[in-house]
Design a protein around this ligand. Sequence first.
Ligand SMILES: Cc1cc2nc3c(=O)[nH]c(=O)nc-3n(C[C@H](O)[C@H](O)[C@H](O)COP(=O)(O)OP(=O)(O)OC[C@H]3O[C@@H](n4cnc5c(N)ncnc54)[C@H](O)[C@@H]3O)c2cc1C
Length: 291
Amino acid sequence: MKPPPFAYAAARSVEEAVAALATAGGEAKLLAGGQSLVPMLNFRLLRPAVLIDINRIPNLDHIREEAGGLVIGALTRHRQIETSARIAKHFPVLTAAMGHVAHLAIRNRGTLGGSLSHADPAAELPLMAQLLEAEIRIANGRGGRSVAARDFFRAALTTALADDEMVTEVVLPALPPGTGWGFEEMAERRGDFALAAAAVTVTVEDGFCRACRIAVIGDGNGATRARDAESAIAGGPKDAARIAAAAEAAAGAVMPSSDLHASAEFRRHLIRSLTARALDAAWRRAEEART
Ligand SMILES: Cc1cc2nc3c(=O)[nH]c(=O)nc-3n(C[C@H](O)[C@H](O)[C@H](O)COP(=O)(O)OP(=O)(O)OC[C@H]3O[C@@H](n4cnc5c(N)ncnc54)[C@H](O)[C@@H]3O)c2cc1C
């Protein structure tokens, strides 16, 4: 399949890229890794008048420490995130999730900014942004802004980005000491988009859960925090009944429909089991972190 005709411009700076977006008045698309954009062009789901290539903009692929957390540049490739020792140290749950993103060739090109901006409902990076309460830094011609992940993702393939805005960095705030993590995903084949996934962090102190975050993928709306499931765990000790209650609540947080790949009932079943497994693993890791 061939894309519709488009003009091409390579931006040398963030300022150049956002100026070009503003000039195009909604008719332009940024080109990062091209792993979602190019298929959409080839299927003629998009017909931008101009592509603005941001791959030559320097200093947008950093992973640096800031206030105990990390700041990751928008052009950081999936594979860089997957193999970063800094990320493995601060956010091992992110390292674990990256191994499930597509195939190696795609991970070599796909970028953090591209995945968040594309906002595929089954993608792992938006799930991680929700779980890790990321702040998304955005450039525009008006001084820029920062948007919390919970406000950034509006619906499937829809974000808070305006036509003339570009994601530049993602801030991941530090997790408290004594935090364990769990990540579980089910896809039809390794590298396929997830049928369902659950990502969890649990902070444990003196045998009690001080904080719990649970984010799930399982319907066409995109990653969501399962707040009722979090409440079922927070404040209490580890026990099977609480984990089962949380898993049930997580399954209730998604509204799957049946399609060629799985029935709605099966997707809910997956969320229930994946959440229970992820919670169990997160609690165990939290206890290990304390010893
Ligand atoms: C066969 C296949 C399987 C895949 N499987 C998975 C999977 O299992 N999990 C998964 O998460 N992903 C999967 N992907 C998608 C992949 O992760 C993409 O790399 C990612 O979604 C988009 O990143 P990109 O850098 O390639 O963005 P591009 O394709 O270049 O751009 C995507 C969109 O984001 C916009 N954009 C790009 N960068 C920015 C920015 N900095 N600011 C604002 N807008 C921007 C573009 O204009 C475009 O609209 C798969 C892709 C393929 C082809």
